[in-house]
Design a protein around this ligand. Structure first.
Ligand SMILES: NC(=O)c1ccc[n+]([C@@H]2O[C@H](COP(=O)([O-])OP(=O)(O)OC[C@H]3O[C@@H](n4cnc5c(N)ncnc54)[C@H](O)[C@@H]3O)[C@@H](O)[C@H]2O)c1
Length: 334
């Protein structure tokens, strides 16, 4: 079984590629990545050490993609993954996330490959998510997607729709997973994306942070999923594709792994023994949401999968990785 991972030098893609290699999932693992994300070169080195080839190709370049060998599976982890960036860099988000999926689908149709697509919890309507601040119910796949959801969320939901079209016409077997917040080693956090990584890095290095929006008190809540649980789920999806396919599912850390920014700070302070200055910015971004926690019922039922790594373990794991790679990471995380 041959597998291509797009965005293979990113946080999720690189961990997945090495997990596949270590667990003998597939006879050949390749990556496609243009190395545009800060830190992706470090992941490229990890792939090289594991004898995984990366094709340095832009996902918008179909001519180059078409020439790649045939794969049994394409795992699409390539994206401009930051919600806030999608406000300012619309063209980049639209091209990478939507045209990119379109190109990957054309390649799947040509080669009769199966597709594993990493979608996002941000496909859901912002106005409806805002209403959950008080009643705090878990978000399942049937939650509203009809309203505005950020350009990033739009690009992901539109990609899902494109997948349905191609699957219908070309009989492509696919699984779409709408992941919530993922965290773990080799995540290069920045203000716009990768909050657990950013939070821990700033604590380790005694740098400032901001609580932005919703009163500026760090009250936003997210559920966090460890990257190793993502790798296990995607492996199950690949192994079971002939029996289980053409589905859209949510997957996240769930209620046990839900944490507010304020509590993330407390845990980071405890682990690092550092207390840093956190300023307050009251203006809320149009794209921010106060609360998101995944309902994992469907994914649990279908795959008998559940998140194994607890929130404390996830944060400790981040700390250990950062400490043992502190020198090199200084160039890539601010
Ligand atoms: N990290 C999360 O918390 C999270 C949550 C939900 C969904 N996702 C989805 O999972 C996938 C992986 O996310 P990630 O966190 O690993 O992101 P990442 O930014 O770490 O990785 C994306 C990779 O894609 C590459 N890339 C970007 N534009 C490209 C282009 N035009 N051509 C070729 N390569 C390009 C980047 O260099 C990078 O290595 C994305 O589809 C993202 O939307 C991530």
């Amino acid at each position: 079984m041959k597998i291509l991972i797009t965005g293979g030098c990113g946080f999720v893609g690189s961990n997945l590629a090495i997990y596949f290699k270590n667990n003998r999932i597939g006879s050949k693992i390749n990556s496609l990545d243009n190395l545009s994300r800060k830190g992706s070169v470090l992941n490229l080195n990890r792939l090289k050490k594991n004898k995984i080839k990366n094709f340095r190709i832009d996902v918008t370049n179909y001519k180059a993609i078409k020439k790649l060998p045939r794969y049994d599976f394409i795992v699409d982890c390539c994206a401009e993954a930051a919600v806030e960036t999608s406000k300012k860099e619309i063209d980049k988000v639209f091209n990478t996330n939507l045209v990119g999926t379109f190109n990957i689908l054309k390649k799947c149709a040509k080669d009769k490959s199966k597709l594993i697509f990493l979608s996002s919890s941000r496909v859901y309507t912002i106005k409806k998510l805002l209403k959950l601040e008080k009643n705090r119910s878990l978000i399942s796949e049937t939650f509203d997607t009809s309203g505005a959801k950020s350009i990033y969320g739009f690009s992901k939901l539109s990609s899902e729709n494109l997948i349905h079209e191609f699957s219908f016409l070309h009989k492509i077997k696919y699984i779409v997973t709408r992941f919530g917040l993922i965290a773990g080693p080799w995540q290069f956090g920045k203000q716009e994306q990768g909050v657990v990584s950013l939070w821990m890095w700033r604590h380790i290095n005694s740098k400032k942070l901001n609580y932005i929006g919703f009163g500026g008190k760090g009250s936003q809540i997210r559920d966090v999923l460890h990257i190793s649980d993502v790798c296990k789920l995607i492996t199950l999806q690949i192994k079971k594709i002939n029996n289980i396919h053409n589905l859209t599912i949510n997957a996240g850390g769930g209620s046990k792994n839900a944490i507010s920014l304020k509590n993330l700070t407390k845990i980071c302070e405890k682990i690092t023994s550092n207390k840093i200055k956190i300023s307050s910015k009251k203006t809320t971004s149009d794209y921010d949401i106060p609360y998101y926690v995944t309902n994992n019922s469907k994914v649990k039922k279908i795959y008998k999968w559940r998140p194994e790594k607890k929130i404390l373990h996830i944060i400790q794991d981040m700390y250990k990785w950062m400490l043992s790679n502190k020198k090199v990471l200084k160039k890539y995380i601010i």
